[in-house]
Design a protein around this ligand. Structure first.
Ligand code: KG4
Ligand code: ZN
Length: 340
């Protein structure tokens, strides 16, 4: 390893994945260990916060050992420790943040506080080594639906955000109403692949939606009402067609707004970030529309779309080299909500 290489240890525990990773120079993943709790939360139809926290406590030590072993480096080689401090489930965040604080203090390493969303964006720097700002970024996750302009690696301006629900939340709710297992998004996608567009769930045509904000609660209600009406009348429901029709509308809105925003702000690169960017239909539809409009569309590998610590280490790297978000190992506090 060259002397000037910078190694960041990333720690992520904001929801139901306990993850620790070592990343070199913000772009090269040396290890990315993810301990998923999906099978546990599946039994309850969604993430149970208290159970998530307890499992982070049980797993985090082992995940660190595995991440260091797989990376081939030791804690001595690490330049700084980056941790997700928010947004997320408070009890879950507390475990990762306290672990990082103790690790940083005991090993005399700088501690970097990372906004989870910046992590999702940074996943793209790992996936595309030449990618650099400025670019437009669509953030689509369980908690966010937002469009922003990345001005630099650590600065961004908000173009639009959801006025009600997040797109991922909407996928999960529709999945539950359709009787599909947690996690909802991937299961809706799988069902949608077997169906056709037979139902019109359009609440308002996209071109009639003002500015660059999003709205998903109307779509969610339209799907729920459709299912309830059918069930009340004892009519058969084709779940694959419901999922397909819903997904077309859900994806259509973010694709339309993102391309319009790129055109308006003269941005030729559009990046997708967050769990919902794993959606195959979204990736395809955005790429197709991008091509028609001379916009290059980027997204991370599926494994980097959902929560992982490599993206936190990458975001931490860009803060570290600019001396930003350096936190005190005694006082850093997790936060359930963090401003975009
Ligand atoms: O970014 P993420 O892992 O966690 C948050 O920070 O929120 O996103 C989780 C969200 C969930 O709502 C999940 O259903 C959704 O991402 N998701 C998907 C797909 N994979 C994950 N939604 C649609 N299609 C997918 N393939
Ligand atoms: Zn996330």
């Amino acid at each position: 390893m060259k002397k000037k290489d910078i190694l960041i240890l990333g720690i992520e525990s904001s929801c139901d994945e306990t993850s620790i990773s070592v990343v070199k120079n913000g772009r090269e993943v040396l290890s990315n260990v993810i301990s998923s709790q999906i099978d546990i939360h599946k039994l309850y139809g969604g993430v149970v916060p208290e159970i998530a926290s307890r499992n982070h406590v049980i797993n985090i030590d082992t995940v660190l050992d595995e991440a260091l072993k797989a990376s081939g480096v030791t804690l001595d080689d690490i330049d700084a420790i980056a941790v997700t401090y928010g947004a997320g489930l408070l009890g879950a965040l507390i475990v990762g943040v306290n672990f990082a604080k103790a690790l940083a203090y005991a090993n005399n390493k700088p501690l970097i506080a990372v906004n989870h969303i910046e992590g999702h964006i940074a996943a793209n720097y790992i996936a595309h080594h030449d990618l650099k700002p400025p670019f437009a970024c669509l953030i689509v996750s369980g908690g966010h639906t937002a469009l922003c302009k990345m001005e630099s690696f650590t600065n961004r301006s908000l173009i639009g955000t959801t006025t009600d629900d997040a797109i991922g939340e909407c996928f999960d709710k529709v999945a539950r109403e359709c009787g599909l297992e947690y996690p909802g998004g991937p299961n809706v996608q799988r069902m949608a692949e077997k169906g056709k567009k037979t139902i019109n769930f359009v609440v308002k045509p996209h071109e009639k939606l003002k500015d660059f904000n999003f709205s998903y609660s109307g779509l969610k209600t339209a799907v729920i009402n459709y299912l309830h009406n059918k069930r009340q009348r004892g009519e058969e429901i084709n779940i694959a067609n419901v999922c397909h029709s819903f997904q077309e509308e859900a994806v259509g809105q973010v694709v339309y707004k993102s391309i319009e925003a790129c055109k308006k702000f003269g941005l030729k690169t559009l990046v997708l970030a967050g769990g919902v960017s794993a959606n195959k239909r979204l990736r395809q539809a955005m790429t197709d529309e991008g091509k028609k409009n001379g916009i290059d569309v980027f997204y991370p590998d599926i494994s980097l779309c959902t929560d992982n610590a490599a993206m936190i280490a990458s975001a931490g790297y860009f803060c570290f080299i600019e001396n930003k978000n350096i936190a005190d190992p005694f006082t850093l506090a997790p936060s359930a909500t963090v401003q975009l």
